[in-house]
Each structure stands twice: as C-alpha cells, then as structure tokens.
Unconditional design. Structure first.
Length: 152
C-alpha cells in the first residue's frame, strides 16, 4: 500500500472511534474502563463512600493520613490532578477521565497485591481502605466519578 492509503485508513479509523462512546482500551482491565458509566459528582461520592469509608484515616487532624479528604472541598483539592504522594510520581492520585492512571482507583481495587499496578507496572502499594471493605457499588461509584471528569 502507498503512504496515501495509510493516511486515508488512519482518517477512517479516527472517524469511526470518535462516533462511539469511549471504546475499550486494549490492555486495560475491565474494572478500569470508562464504558457505560453513570454521572457522579464528588459531593455525592463524598457522602456515599469517602466520608463513611475513608475520612477516619484521611483527615488533616492529629494522626491523619494524606490526602486529607475530611470535607468534599479538601478531598477534591488534595486528589484531583495531584501527583501521587507515596508512589510513582508519574501517576496522579486522581487523573480525571483515567481510572487506570489514578492511584485512588488502583488502590481501591486492591493495588499491587491484586494486580492493579500502574499501566507500566508502577507500584501503587496495597489496597484501600486499609481497614474495612467497599461494596462493588461503592468501587463503581469511585470509577464513575473519575470517568465523569472528577467534577465537584
Ligand atoms: C485505616 C486507615 C485508612 C483508611 C480507612 C483508608 N486509608 Fe487510604 N491510606 C492510609 C495510609 C496509612 C496510607 C499511606 C500508605 C499507602 O499509600 O498505602 C494511605 C494512602 C492512600 C492514598 C495515597 C495514594 C498515593 O498515590 O500516594 C489514597 C489515594 C488513599 N489512601 C485512598 C483511600 C480511600 C479512597 C479510602 C476509602 C475508600 C481510604 N484510603 C481509606 C490509610 C487509610
């Protein structure tokens, strides 16, 4: 084939994928895909998941662990677009639209121990919450929030 044929094919492929919802990304686990997600705001996520399951440890007071997620405002400011504190600095704690490069999502799915490291094998440590468990619906809510662009 000529170079021109390749260029034409490239345009066709781009046009096709743009016409659908985000297509499944190859090599990324289904738990980390953004297909068919619901809209989720951080205000709702904080009320349903972060407040009950995470703020016992993740608060700014004595003995608290970063990121401080004690309120919805602080939780958003200390996670959205913020570089990972303890792990690979190329990953974000929350990478809007990208659960597979968000340490929060990778750790909530069990982290390295369950095979949820970064896309290039970056370590994210163990799972979250460190004490307690999340329901599948709560894990899905975190993914939906990240996939919805990690909005307030
Ligand atoms: C019992 C205490 C405890 C609870 C509950 C807890 N965490 Fe953590 N979290 C920690 C500790 C300690 C660290 C630091 C060590 C580590 O990263 O594994 C941490 C680190 C983190 C990090 C930092 C990752 C990075 O990139 O540096 C994130 C994100 C996180 N937790 C999310 C959560 C979420 C979401 C919840 C609730 C579903 C939660 N944690 C519940 C103790 C806790």
């Amino acid at each position: 084939m000529t170079n021109r044929t390749f260029a034409y094919l490239g345009i066709l492929l781009t046009a096709c994928s743009a016409a659908t919802d985000p297509p499944p990304q190859s090599g990324i686990a289904s738990e980390l895909q953004c297909e068919n997600g619901a809209m989720m705001t951080f205000a709702d996520l904080h009320a349903q998941v972060i407040g009950p399951a995470c703020t016992g440890c993740h608060h700014g007071g004595a003995g608290g662990t970063a990121p401080d997620m004690s309120t919805a405002e602080k939780g958003l400011a200390s996670t959205r677009g913020v570089a990972s504190i303890g792990y690979a600095k190329t990953l974000k704690i929350v990478d809007p639209g990208a659960p597979h490069t968000s340490t929060m999502m990778l750790k909530v799915l069990g982290g390295d121990l369950k095979g949820f490291a970064g896309p290039n094998g970056e370590t994210v440590g163990g799972g979250m919450p460190q004490v307690g468990t999340l329901s599948t619906a709560q894990k899905t809510a975190i993914r939906d929030w990240i996939c919805s662009g990690a909005q307030p």
